[in-house]
Design a protein around this ligand. Structure first.
Ligand SMILES: Cc1cc2nc3c(=O)[nH]c(=O)nc-3n(C[C@H](O)[C@H](O)[C@H](O)COP(=O)(O)OP(=O)(O)OC[C@H]3O[C@@H](n4cnc5c(N)ncnc54)[C@H](O)[C@@H]3O)c2cc1C
Length: 602
């Protein structure tokens, strides 16, 4: 697909000034760039640090899902050793490529429950609730209804009123779904857990999760479509392989004005700059947006002073409130399944046959890879000790397990979050854990039944440790720093065993490989969790939309406090991570952000 905006190769081809300069051509950045450049009078520049993908198989095909992690399209960053996870260092794949993490992601395309987004409004952000986000979920989406065969075989249902049908990102089910996914649904239903008609308006209990997949080619549908599919727009420019190194600012009577950005091709290359007449928009993702702010003198005063940076705006919340969905797995061998994705790796003849099938008809296992069978369960659904665990959180003092030395404002914000979370998690309206049946997905390990805590009380951070923009910031998830978080995994693992014990799964002849039959006590299961939990790749929350006195970084117009014209539109702004995979929410937020920016301009 040819580029429809103008992709520039050299700085000399850029204009000196643009109306809008967007930092980061990732999932949110390309969506916002598209919408802002709809007005031909508005010149828009996207600056992206990474390369442009070449439609390689490991980018486009579900068969090779996960194959870009660790590649040249990944920032390849790691955390500091995680104290509460047996001191393990964690890899954090994030996209360094035009399209950002949407190029790398696992293609699950779902939403949180309405109550998840309503929490954002309850935190004081007017207009940020599910009802007001729904039109933007729809605007970003082009949903393909399931085939008659899938409806008949799997009983997939859907609600057209919650989907969009002409947005840029395709969503739908792959042409092939492994039959054993149905066993997971039956197991859930037999345990009294219903199947949601459609996760779009009710992402709770068991549901069939769509993928971000293009229906005709059965390939990845990703943020590049916001760029590739538009008619030529001479007012939309993009430059890649250029890293923004800092914001250029000036003080005005109404606050700090960001007049442009500085960028460079490499650490050694000379710094270039470009001017923004209207606004600079940060879309660099939850790791790099706080890094850019801190490098530019916007962040916690003590940090900036320690590094000898000017303190333009003392905003202690920058880089704090890091949230993710930590992830653990029970591994199973299923002796009685016809096929699982691991067979593609193990059996070259079978793989070749399935490849031929894919290229002749876009059918078969090469179209599958991303999970479709999931359950997002409220706490009391999977544990009869939910009240006890929530009481344990409630009994903690607000700062008990936060990072030592945190600013009082950030602690106050966390306290506000925990009060809302404690109320929400005691209802059936918000999920505490995701359970994913990966027999139809993972091609690397034997069928995992994965679990992921959706609303950790632990909080991590992103913090520069150098004034060199080419040095990665410190990434500390602080997973499990609140011990109750890890205790909940033990409950979830025990529930996994109940799922496995159902007739619907027993018929598949499962053998538990990990944690394994010898790991039975709560203490041993907890040790297993500490030794195996990793990230689900959902960094968020590090420049949160919250009140300034709560450590917020942006207001509900997504404007950075203390600035006149700096917005943030990426995963950093989510004050509380919703119980879902993040991409659909990222696109919806970006669509809404574009409308906010347009409205404030006129
Ligand atoms: C491996 C993986 C699997 C995932 N699986 C799923 C899934 O199955 N389903 C789902 O819903 N979500 C999934 N996610 C999460 C989802 O893809 C992300 O939450 C989302 O894409 C983040 O969007 P963003 O706009 O915040 O950041 P990104 O899309 O990461 O965009 C940020 C962009 O900014 C660029 N950038 C950063 N710093 C600079 C700088 N200084 N100068 C210029 N450019 C810069 C980056 O290179 C990048 O292109 C996954 C993510 C990963 C990494």
């Amino acid at each position: 697909v040819p580029f429809r905006g103008e992709l520039k190769e050299r700085e000399e081809q850029l204009l000196d000034t643009y109306e809008y300069v967007i930092v980061g051509g990732g999932s949110s950045g390309l969506a916002v760039a598209n919408r802002l450049s709809e007005n031909p009078k508005h010149t828009v520049l996207v600056i992206e640090a990474g390369l442009v993908d070449q439609h390689e198989d490991n980018v486009l095909l579900q068969r090779y899902l996960g194959g870009t992690m660790g590649s040249k399209y990944d920032w390849n960053v790691t955390t500091v050793p995680q104290t509460h996870l047996a001191d393990r260092v964690q890899k954090l794949p994030i996209g360094k490529v035009f399209g950002g993490s949407s190029v790398l992601n696992g293609m699950m395309f779902d939403r949180g429950s309405p109550a998840d987004y309503d929490l954002w409004e309850e935190l004081g952000n007017k207009g940020w609730n599910f009802k007001e986000l729904l039109p933007y979920f729809k605007k970003s989406e082009n949903f393909t209804i399931p085939s008659t065969k899938q409806v008949e075989e799997f009983g997939i249902t859907w609600d057209p009123s919650v989907h969009g049908f002409d947005g840029y990102i395709n969503s739908g089910f792959p042409n092939f779904i492994y039959p054993q996914n149905k066993n997971f649904q039956t197991a859930m239903n037999n345990m009294g857990i219903p199947t949601s008609k459609d996760m779009g308006g009710n992402a709770l209990n068991h549901y069939w999760s769509p993928n971000s997949i293009e229906p005709t080619t059965q390939t990845r549908s990703y943020a590049r479509r916001y760029y590739d599919l538009i008619q030529p727009r001479p007012n939309l420019h993009a430059i890649t392989s250029r890293q923004v190194t800092k914001l250029l600012t000036k003080e005005t009577s109404t606050g700090i004005q960001v007049i442009g950005v500085e960028f460079a091709e490499s650490k050694e290359a000379s710094r270039k700059s470009v001017i923004a007449n209207c606004e600079v928009i940060l879309a660099a993702g939850a790791v790099h947006t706080p890094q850019i702010l801190q490098l530019s003198g916007i962040g916690e005063k003590a940090l900036l002073k320690r590094l000898g940076l000017p303190v333009l705006i003392d905003l202690p919340g920058v880089g704090q409130n890091y949230q993710d969905h930590p992830f653990a797995s029970m591994k199973l061998n299923l002796a009685n399944v016809e096929h699982s994705p691991i067979d593609l790796e193990k059996n070259a003849t079978y793989d070749a046959e399935m490849k031929a099938l894919f290229y002749s008809s876009r059918e078969g296992p090469w179209t599958a890879g991303s999970p479709n069978a999931v359950a997002f369960l409220p706490f009391s659904t999977f544990s009869n000790r939910s009240a006890e665990f929530l009481a344990a959180y409630a009994a903690q003092s607000p700062d008990a397990y936060l990072r030592p030395g945190l600013d009082a404002k950030v602690i106050a914000g966390h306290n506000a979050q925990r009060k809302l979370l404690l109320a929400a998690l005691s209802t059936p309206k918000v999920a505490t854990m995701e359970f994913i049946f990966l027999s139809g997905a993972s091609r690397f390990i034997q069928t995992p039944l994965s679990i992921s805590l959706q609303h950790s009380f632990s909080r991590g951070y992103i913090e520069i440790n150098s004034t060199d923009p080419f040095t990665a910031p410190i990434i500390d998830f602080r997973t499990g720093s609140n011990p109750v978080d890890l205790d909940i995994y033990v409950e979830a693992l025990k529930f996994c065993r109940k799922i496995v014990a159902t007739d619907a799964i027993q018929i598949l002849q499962p053998t538990e490989l990990a944690p394994g039959p010898l790991t039975q006590t709560d203490g041993d299961l907890r040790t297993f969790v500490e030794n195996t939990v990793s990230t689900m790749f959902h960094p968020s929350g590090t420049a949160s939309m919250m009140k300034r006195e709560w450590g917020g970084v942006v207001d509900d117009r997504l404007k950075v406090y203390g600035t006149t014209n700096l917005r943030i539109v990426d995963a950093s702004i989510q004050p509380l991570i919703p119980a879902t995979h993040l991409q659909a929410t990222i696109y919806a937020v970006a669509e809404k952000a574009a409308d906010i920016i347009k409205a404030d301009q006129s």
